[in-house]
Structures are given as C-alpha cells and as structure tokens.
Design a protein around this ligand. Structure first.
Ligand code: NAD
Length: 285
C-alpha cells in the first residue's frame, strides 16, 4: 500500500484564500482584525515563528505587530503591556511566544490575557470551554490537525485514535478535540507501558513527541491515518517529523509529511482564531 499524502500546505493555502474576504468585510465595519505577538528574548526559532505569524496576518490584510523585550525583562513589564492590550479596541488577538525565560511564570502570563483575546487558546477559561465541547478558541496546532482530517474526508466518528504526547499545547487539546468529534481516544506519553500495543490497534495516530522517526512502520495498523506533529532537526540540518515518513507511507492509508504537513496549518489556524475574535466583537458570529 502507498499512503495518500495529506498536503497541509495546499489545505492551508485554500483556507487562507477564504480569509481575505472575511478580513475585508470586518475592515468595512471598522474591525480590521489585529494580532499582537509578544516575544521575550532572542531565541532564533521563536524569532522565525513570530515573523511568520506577523507576515501571515499582513498578507491577508490584517493588522499585526511584534513587541520585543530583552530576555532579562521583568515579568511586571510584560504583564502591564498585556493589561494595556486587553483594553485596546484595535487588538483582537494577543499571543505570547513560548517558551519564556526562567524569571516568568508562564501560566501567570497566559492567564493575564483576556480570554476573549486569547487566540492561542491556552487560558484556563478557554481550556475548560474546549473540554466542555463548547470551544471559544481552539489551540492552533490541534485545530489545524482537525481541519486537515476534515479536508481529507476522514470520518472520526467511532475511530480508535491514539495521541502520542500529553502537552498542554498539542497532546491534551488534541485528545479533547478527537473525543468531541466522536473518536475513542487513548493518550500515550513517556510513562505509557506497551505503547506499541496501543498504536497497533489505532485507526488514527497523532504523533506529538519531539523525537525524530519515533513512529515506525511495524507499529502501525495497515491503512491507519498518521498525523505527524513533530518538528525535529537532524544533525545534517534537515527537518524531520516524529514519524519515519518514507517507511510508514508504505503501510499507512493517509499520512502527513514534515515539512509541509501540520506546520503550515498552525499559523493558518492562528489567523482563523484572530478573525473569529474580530467577528465575535463585530457581532458576526
Ligand atoms: P512536549 O515536549 O511538551 O511534549 C512531548 C510529549 O511527548 C510529552 O507529553 C511526553 O510525555 C511525550 N513523550 C516523550 N517521550 C516519549 C516516549 N518515549 N514515549 C511516549 N511519549 C513520549 O512537546 P510538544 O510541545 O507537545 O511538541 C511535540 C512536538 O511537536 C515537538 O517536536 C514540537 O516541535 C512539535 N510541534 C509542532 C508544531 C507544529 O506547528 N507543527 C506545534 C507545536 C509543537
């Protein structure tokens, strides 16, 4: 069997085309969607992510700006800025790029963002809403995975799904979304016994581990849908997912590549969340 490739780049491009009209309609009503991204420190990977987020907004006519602070900034300075942005009517989304330097309590920063502007969906109120099956903002990476599955015609109802990874950013919200969509979900993590047994009976595997080629073809049920969230850099500098793509493509039914899979969807869903925030404010949803 040769798996069908789920092309995240193409799905993301199609989605972004529909966003422009929504942004234009909002702008006509005086609510041009605006996203502010806060970056603390000079981590090169974070700088690339933030630049891509800001440019993604600008490309579809949204307003976006980056606020940069040195790595040794006092948390109070950032908290004060978040409070200002919370009451700034031109700002619909606020995002603090993680990770933050050690003097920060990340949860305190995330909880300081007004829940209705929390476009990353990490505020406790938004996490709770997601678990209740009434999400306000869905964390961008798992939201992107759900949209990719939808676009690929995968019917999640009754599927046996295994999520590998239990982070607050990917694994846990991914599991909640799959449960909400009707799948039977197992979450595996670093303490899981017999991970291979769980994966072997999965119709859908979502890998969010952070280890190159962690998922191998012998682990998969033939025909399984395989979603690779991982981004790992190999010693030769190339990017590699958590799935051994070339080998697993011979066993899986559908599979996402890295790069060009989940990655392009993540920023797309950030744009979607910011547009949704502005539409809510404008009374359009
Ligand atoms: P994390 O480090 O917070 O979590 C990793 C998870 O993997 C943990 O829950 C841990 O229990 C589990 N794990 C580790 N070793 C394991 C093992 N041997 N067996 C089973 N489980 C194990 O990472 P994260 O933030 O969830 O990100 C995971 C991966 O996804 C990383 O490679 C990250 O770069 C990538 N990522 C990609 C995107 C994207 O847009 N494509 C977004 C976020 C994260």
């Amino acid at each position: 069997m040769t798996a069908q490739i789920i092309d995240g780049k193409a799905i993301a491009a199609t989605m972004r085309q529909t966003f422009k009209a929504r942004v234009d309609l909002l702008a006509q009503r005086g609510e041009r969607p605006g996203l502010v991204v806060i970056l603390v420190g000079a981590d090169p990977a974070s700088q690339v992510y933030v630049r891509n987020k800001v440019n993604g907004c600008l490309a579809i006519g949204m307003h976006s700006e980056k606020l940069e602070y040195p790595a040794d900034v006092a948390p109070q300075v950032v908290l004060k800025k978040i409070a200002e942005l919370n009451s700034d009517a031109s700002v619909h989304g606020i995002l603090v790029q993680l990770p933050l330097p050690p003097q920060f309590n990340e949860q305190e920063i995330l909880e300081a963002i007004a829940p209705e502007k929390d476009v990353d969906g990490f505020h406790a109120e938004n996490v709770g809403a997601l678990l209740q099956g009434k999400p306000r903002f869905i964390p961008c990476t798992p939201y992107g995975v759900i949209k990719m599955l939808e676009a690929s015609g995968v019917d999640l109802v009754g599927m046996d799904a295994v999520v590998i990874g239990r982070s607050n950013i990917v694994g846990k919200p991914m599991a909640a979304l799959l449960i909400n969509a009707g799948a039977t979900v197992t979450v595996c993590h670093s303490k899981t016994k017999n991970l291979a047994e769980h994966v072997a009976r999965a119709d859908l595997v979502v890998a969010a581990v952070g280890r190159a080629k962690f998922v191998t073809p012998e682990m998969l049920k033939p025909g399984a849908v395989v979603i690779d969230v991982g981004i790992n850099r190999l010693p030769d500098g190339t990017l590699c997912g958590d799935v051994d793509f070339a080998a697993c493509a011979a066993v899986a039914g559908q599979i996402t590549p890295v790069p060009g899979g989940v990655g392009p969807m993540t920023i797309t869903m950030l744009l979607a969340n910011t547009i949704e925030a502005a539409e809510r404010k404008a009374g359009l949803r």
